[in-house]
Design a protein around this ligand. Structure first.
Ligand SMILES: NC(=O)C1=CN([C@@H]2O[C@H](COP(=O)(O)OP(=O)(O)OC[C@H]3O[C@@H](n4cnc5c(N)ncnc54)[C@H](OP(=O)(O)O)[C@@H]3O)[C@@H](O)[C@H]2O)C=CC1
Ligand SMILES: CC1=C(/C=C/C(C)=C/C=C/C(C)=C/C=O)C(C)(C)CCC1
Length: 288
């Protein structure tokens, strides 16, 4: 799938998480090429600056800015949002791209299991904090990077933090299912606001995502010619951020720039609503 729209983004503002490398960097590059002011939100500002310089040189767009955001720390997420809201009056596209996979069992400063914290809860909080600005800037879009791995995921409400049972492969799958359910519930709650949202499987992409697994690093090298490049991996995110007429498909899951089938668990409205409520509780978010 290739994003074929020629939509231009002059005057538009974009935030993309984890855009210092991989799929995020290629997505940021294309959005900058189309004229947007692009905020690279990343945990390592030095890596972010190096990506931003590369993108600026490549696209001749000087409006590629780097801000610190560590999704494994709710304090950092709140500080990022506060800074962003103080400096930007508009936000048209939020791409929740950052992710971790196959991390050994660990808890974040807030006491959340790392995959759940970075891949789901961190983006849930970030989106919540920026939602007002997105609504004021409508039409606006939120794109959530999920994965085909969501098919193997399950929301284990009785053991969300993996205290009783933990498997690093499944922990990733659960968090990616959470991304699809979050997208579904967010779309429902945003009806009529002009803000729409989409979940994305980028394909199996040659990136640093597999860094924690020796076996997958080896497989990725061996099968490298058969994996997507990061440019190819960025296409579905770009499609969901840019393509005209996608609004009726808000809440849906896309792969290869097309709406795609999701697992039965990812279609369960009760699970989506319960996950939303539990996420709010964990993050101390007051619901209206
Ligand atoms: N590659 C693939 O085959 C697939 C990828 N995906 C999804 O695509 C998305 C992008 O992955 P991809 O580009 O492949 O992976 P990469 O590992 O190349 O990039 C991930 C990005 O997320 C950032 N990140 C990780 N932890 C945090 C954190 N705590 N706070 C802020 N940023 C963080 C990384 O920062 P840093 O560089 O500092 O580590 C990096 O910028 C992910 O959500 C992934 O789950 C889905 C299906 C398949
Ligand atoms: C077995 C096998 C492969 C492994 C694929 C795997 C294990 C993919 C996992 C992808 C995930 C989890 C992506 C992120 O969300 C390759 C390398 C395609 C090559 C063909 C043989």
């Amino acid at each position: 799938g290739v994003c074929r729209t020629d939509v231009q983004l002059f005057g538009k503002v974009v935030v993309i998480t984890g855009a210092n490398t991989g799929i995020g960097k290629e997505t940021a590059r294309e959005l900058a090429r189309r004229g947007a002011r692009v905020y690279i939100a990343c945990r390592d500002v030095l890596k972010g600056e190096s990506a931003a310089s590369e993108i600026q040189a490549d696209t001749k767009n000087s409006q590629v800015l780097v801000r610190k955001l560590d999704l494994s720390d709710t304090k950092s997420i709140r500080a990022f949002a506060e800074g962003f809201l103080a400096e930007e009056k508009q936000l048209h596209i939020l791409i929740n791209n950052a992710g971790v996979m196959l991390c050994p069992y660990s808890k974040t400063a807030d006491g959340f299991e790392t995959h759940l914290a970075v891949n789901h809860l961190g983006h849930f909080l970030l989106t919540h904090l920026l939602l007002g600005r997105l609504k004021e800037s409508a039409p606006a879009r939120v794109v959530n990077l999920s994965s085909v791995a969501h098919h193997l995921g399950k929301i284990r409400f009785h053991d969300l933090q993996g205290d009783k049972y933990y498997n690093l492969g499944f922990a990733y799958c659960h968090s990616k299912l959470a991304n699809v359910l979050f997208t579904r519930e967010l779309a429902k709650r945003l009806k009529g606001t002009g803000v729409t949202t989409y979940a994305v499987h980028p394909g199996i992409v040659r990136s640093k995502l597999v860094r924690h697994s020796f076996l997958l690093c080896l497989l990725w090298r061996l099968f490298s010619p058969f994996l997507k490049t990061t440019w190819e991996g960025a296409q579905t995110s770009l499609h969901c951020a840019l393509a005209e007429g996608l609004e009726p498909l808000s809440g849906k899951y896309f792969s290869d720039c097309k709406k795609t089938w999701v697992s039965p668990r990812a279609r369960n409205n009760k699970t989506a609503e319960r996950l939303w409520n539990v996420s709010c509780e964990l993050l101390g978010i007051q619901q209206e």
